[in-house]
Ligand binder design. Structure first.
Ligand code: GLP
Length: 247
């Protein structure tokens, strides 16, 4: 190393795609990760962004039964079986369409009395599976990753998080009213996410453009949790032209 130079991780690879090409392109990466190991581990996101990926995986007809799957986050305060709990979203989006055994799909348990114990248990389950090979991610309008809201530590672990007003408003579309949107959640921490072998972030729409710019070109800072992508070294970002418009 020359004096004065710093070893930096490889910058995220950004691909600007037509909206209809994002799901198939993401599926190529996930299928490669699935085929790279006998017992692969995939981290799955909820929200609108990964839906085209799950559709493409389902259409591929591949066998997904060798893998273990770990969710990024889950709401606290919804009754078991609530249609907008991420457990139910994952049942609709991946367990059914990909033909998975529900026992292979893991979420942190939001119904335990001791929520931090549930989070610690989740970290142990990820470790026992051998770590996450590929983590699928979306990005919040405020730069959140999973439910890691601005202001938190960049090396955080799975824990209870309080949702910001902005995030609750963004997710209101899935509920009857703003009051019905939970105020708390369990989320993988940023440090947890950074331990995955590779990260695949999907961003679509102009409302994500400022957050994506801050994440990829701004300072690495708690103000933009997704800026930790710059620290990883093996990140692929698949974005449509609207989300990539400020890059
Ligand atoms: C949600 C989720 C995140 C998701 C993000 C973006 O609230 N907890 O994991 O990536 O916000 O969601 P969407 O893809 O619907 O815009």
């Amino acid at each position: 190393m020359r004096a004065g130079t710093v070893n930096r991780p490889a910058a995220p690879l950004v691909r600007n795609l037509e909206p209809q090409d994002i799901g198939p392109a993401a599926a190529v990466l996930v299928l490669a990760a699935l085929n790279a190991r006998r017992d692969p581990v995939i981290g799955v996101a909820t929200g609108s962004s990964p839906s085209p990926l799950y559709d493409a995986l389902s259409a591929s007809g591949a066998d997904f039964t060798r893998a273990a799957w770990f969710a990024l986050d889950e709401y606290v305060g919804l009754p078991p079986g609530h249609p907008e709990s991420y457990a139910e979203v994952l049942r609709r989006e991946i367990i059914g369409p990909l033909g998975l055994d529900p026992k292979t799909v893991h979420l942190p348990d939001p119904h335990r009395e001791d929520l931090q114990a549930a989070c610690d248990d989740y970290e142990r389950r990820i470790a026992a599976a051998g770590g996450i090979d590929l983590q699928i991610l979306g990005i919040g309008r405020n730069g959140h990753l999973a439910f890691n809201e601005p202001g938190g530590a960049l090396d955080s672990r799975t824990r209870v998080e309080v949702l910001t007003e902005d995030t609750r408003r963004a997710n209101q579309r899935f509920f009857d009213s703003l009051d019905s949107v939970p105020t708390r959640c369990l989320t993988q921490g940023l440090g947890t996410i950074l331990e995955a072998g590779q990260l695949l972030l999907i961003a679509q729409g102009e409302d994500k453009a400022p957050a994506l710019r801050a994440a990829l070109h701004g300072p690495v800072s708690p103000e933009c949790p997704a800026s930790v992508l710059q620290l990883h070294g093996r990140v692929t970002v698949l974005a449509d032209a609207a989300a990539a418009s400020l890059l």
